[in-house]
Design a protein. Structure first.
Length: 320
């Protein structure tokens, strides 16, 4: 049976947060994801709250949902018979979990950004997302009788990281207490999220910068700005980014591109080390550019993460 990887030091925060959703309320994210639900292939539709089809645009909402309930992401191809068989098995196992898991189905051909974010080497590939970070599960087709024990391990890992919620209305007893109303977002944040929904990342970034200018202590806006800028950059990264960086290890632009891929895929240490190595050999404006990108990554990953503390120490040594 495939083993679920142990959580990284400092928990599962950050790394794969591909959209500025730090301050967004979980309840609203759940409703947004449920609204995207649609049956895949010829499989039964199931409950729209636990099986959803997503694309590049909806992926950030699923990442946020993973802070409440573990999300199993299936990267599949519509033309692939093994993919369709896998989806049918995944549906049955996830639906049996009674709202403790969500299955997000991704057409890999139509949504290359999601595939790139997970750095999938083959299709189908299945990855769990817990508290915003990826947990690789398996590639290819896994027998259905081995999925349930594997997903129980996913649920155990999720519980260790405080992710113990369920999809509203699925498996809940009647007569329970109503969900509390989310606190209203600041107006600029509200406008920025509306811009994200229409994929106007430049406008969202402008609005978050305005929020920061009005309140430099707005940590949610700082992290959100870093996230939306990352998402925007990922849309235009060349396919040969890693090859270009390997061919020119000291090229700052190439290093920044691959670091974006690493941070989006959850390889936080790789992103930090790559930029710090290039920083050590850089000078002038290049150093400023690399340092700014590192600070963005620190905001994405979280100030309490030990990987951030270690990278900050090394950056300080290189500066002074």
């Amino acid at each position: 049976m495939p083993a679920v990887p142990a959580p990284p030091p400092g928990g599962l925060r950050g790394a794969i947060d591909l959209a500025p959703l730090v301050a967004r309320q979980t309840q609203q994210a759940q409703q947004a994801v449920r609204a995207q639900a649609a049956p895949a292939g010829d499989a039964p539709a199931g409950d729209p709250g636990v099986v959803v089809e997503i694309g590049d645009a909806e992926f950030p909402r699923v990442v946020e949902l993973s802070r409440t309930v573990p999300v199993v992401v299936a990267l599949v191809a519509t033309w692939s018979t093994p993919s369709q068989e896998l989806v049918a098995s995944l549906r049955r196992v996830v639906e049996a979990a009674a709202g403790r898991l969500v299955l997000a189905i991704v057409d890999s051909d139509a949504n290359p950004q999601v595939v790139q974010a997970f750095q999938a080497q083959s299709i189908p590939t299945v990855v769990a997302v817990i508290a915003g970070s990826p947990v690789p599960l398996f590639a290819g087709v896994l027998p259905e009788d081995r999925m349930a024990p594997l997903f129980e391990q996913v649920l155990e890992l999720a519980a260790q990281n405080g992710v113990t919620g369920t999809v509203p209305g699925v498996g809940a007893e009647d007569g329970g207490a109503p969900e509390p109303e989310p606190e209203p977002r600041p107006p600029l944040h509200q406008e920025a999220y509306a811009a994200i929904d229409r994929q106007d990342y430049a406008e969202a970034a402008r609005l978050f910068r305005t929020a920061i200018a009005q309140d430099p202590r707005d940590a949610a806006a700082v992290a959100a700005l870093a996230q939306v800028e990352l998402l925007d950059r990922l849309r235009t990264l060349p396919d040969d980014a890693r090859a270009a960086a390997a061919a020119s290890p000291k090229d700052v632009a190439a290093a920044l591109a691959v670091a974006d891929l690493d941070i989006a895929g959850g390889h936080v240490d790789d992103a930090f080390d790559r930029l710090l190595d290039v920083f050590a050999a850089a000078s002038g404006d290049d150093r400023t550019t690399i340092r700014t990108r590192l600070l963005d990554y620190f905001a994405l990953t979280g100030p309490d993460d030990p990987r951030v503390a270690a990278a900050r120490r090394r950056l300080a040594m290189l500066l002074y």
